[in-house]
Structure formats: C-alpha cells, structure tokens
Design a protein around this ligand. Structure first.
Ligand SMILES: *[C@@H]1O[C@H](CO)[C@@H](O)[C@H](O)[C@H]1NC(C)=O
Ligand SMILES: *[C@@H]1O[C@H](CO)[C@@H](O)[C@H](O)[C@H]1NC(C)=O
Length: 266
C-alpha cells in the first residue's frame, strides 16, 4: 500500500492549522478567537490538558523488524490506564498515536467506552515522534526506519509485550485479553491495516477517517480546504503556500528555521 503518499496527505492536514495560526494572528484578535489548537493526541482527542493519565512508561522496541541481522533497539513511550479495567479478563483498548507527540491518554469518548466495557486503556507513541525517536539526528539515512510498515510491527510487538505485562500483574501466563484497536486519520489507516495484518492479535478495529486509499497528486483535498475556508481565506492560504514553496525551492533555510526543521549538525 502506498503509505508514503497517505502520510503525505495527512501531514499536509497537520500543516494547515500551523499555516492558519500566523495568518489569523495577522488578522487581529477577533479572528484569533476562532482558532482552536489541534487536539493533543491525534484527531480523536478532546480538549487539550484533559488527560486520564500522562504518566510515562517505556518499552524496548526493535528498530528494524525486517532485518535478520540488525538487532538494534530503541525506547518507545507508552501510557496505560487501568482504573476501569474489569480484572483480569476485561478487554484492552489500544489507542494508536499517529504522527505527533503522544502526551497521555485523553479523557475522550474512548474513556467513556472503557468505563462501560471495563476496558484497560493503552496508548503507545509512534516511532520518530515525541520522545520515541530512535535517533537524535533526523538525517535521511536515519529516517529509513520511519514507515507505516515498521509502525504496524511496533504495534504488534507492543501488543504482545503489554499482554505479558498484564498477565504478570494478574499473576498468570499464556492468557490473552480481547484487544480492540482505535485510530483516526493516519492512525485510522494503521488501525485498519493492523486488523488486516494481525487478525489474531485483535478482535476488532475502529478506523475514523482512515486514509487507506493513496491517491497521487490528491488535489481534491486542497480543493475541499479551499471551499471550507471561503474565498478570502483561500486566497491568503494560496499566497502563504506560494511564498513558503518559493522559499523552500530557493534553498534558503529561513522557513525551515521557523518550524525547527533545519538540520543542525553537531
Ligand atoms: C501467583 O500464582 C502462583 C501459582 O498459582 C502462587 O503460588 C503465588 O502465590 C501467586 N502469587 C501472588 C502474588 O498472587
Ligand atoms: C496535479 O493535478 C493538477 C490538477 O489536475 C495538475 O494541474 C498538476 O499538473 C498535477 N501535478 C502533478 C505533479 O502531477
């Protein structure tokens, strides 16, 4: 599946609010009040700052799931919330964090459902985001392990690791709870793909706005943004895009520096 293109579409989605912010700031305080910060934990999130837990846990993750010789590991961050868990056999809800820093388990609709079904809530951070980066320097060479394929295997390894942790907690072994995975947008695609690729590791998956269909040069996406923004805002967006594209193509680093994207060699 064309994960690269899909990720491109979603990262473009994430860039839009970033571009809108300076734009709206420039238009005065009235417009600023219309702007809402994006949810902290992906598109399934709720109001920021409202978490069930933000206590960090760590597991050792395999850097390259497809090499027989490369055994390097990195630290992957995750969160757990067990207050609602009907011990020991209640289900486990895995909320997949996507292409952003994952800072906790949000108190959103998933929490309501976890309470209703006596589920444990767990959420691992996506490799290369937040504190789960295998490398300090994001050089092209170091970025080659960033793919949805590797991320899916991360989820499978996490699922097995956490099941064993849970079994140890409940003093038992060889038992499987029922696992259900959730995600939205890019992580919605991961959610659907995880269910397809590892049907034995889940009993189901929910994919909200899952971007599973890769479309080359997907201009309809921008067209919809333009329609939603309205003619005046659309024109401003296009101008900003033109300016940024021009800067990037000119080889100047000023725009990259603005977004902390300039590679600093030590
Ligand atoms: C765990 O289970 C074993 C075997 O059933 C038992 O001997 C042991 O006392 C249990 N430990 C705890 C902490 O419950
Ligand atoms: C993308 O599609 C638009 C509209 O159909 C077209 O004008 C443009 O040339 C295409 N770009 C590429 C790189 O294919």
């Amino acid at each position: 599946m064309g994960a690269g293109t899909t990720a491109g579409a979603t990262s473009r989605l994430a860039v839009v609010p970033l571009l809108l912010l300076p734009l709206l700031l420039a238009r005065g305080a009235e417009a600023v009040s219309l702007w809402r910060p994006p949810p902290e934990a992906g598109l399934l999130g709720s109001a920021p700052g409202r978490f069930l837990t933000q206590e960090e846990h760590w597991m050792s993750q395999t850097l390259d799931h497809f090499s027989p010789t490369d055994h390097r590991q990195f630290k992957q961050r995750y969160y757990e919330f067990l207050d609602y868990h009907r011990a020991p056999n209640g289900p486990v809800f895995l909320n997949i964090c996507g292409e952003a820093s994952c800072t906790g388990i949000s108190n959103n609709y998933l929490a309501v459902m976890a309470k209703k079904f006596g589920a444990a809530l767990v959420s691992p951070e996506h490799r290369y985001y937040g504190k789960s980066s295998p490398f300090e320097d994001l050089t092209t060479e170091n970025l080659r392990f960033l793919s949805s394929k590797q991320a899916l295997s991360d989820l499978a390894v996490f699922r097995q690791y956490y099941q064993e942790t849970l079994n140890a907690k409940y003093n038992r072994s060889g038992v499987d709870n029922s696992w259900f995975v959730f995600g939205g947008s890019y992580s919605g695609a991961l959610s659907a793909w995880f269910r397809l690729k590892f049907p034995h590791l889940t009993c189901g998956s929910l994919a909200s706005s899952g971007v599973v269909l890769a479309v080359y040069n997907f201009t309809d996406f921008d067209k919809q943004i333009g329609e939603s923004a309205g003619p005046e805002c659309k024109e401003a967006l296009q101008e900003v895009t033109r300016l940024v594209d021009g800067q990037l193509q000119s080889g100047h680093n000023s725009v990259k520096e603005l977004f902390g994207a300039k590679l600093v060699r030590k």
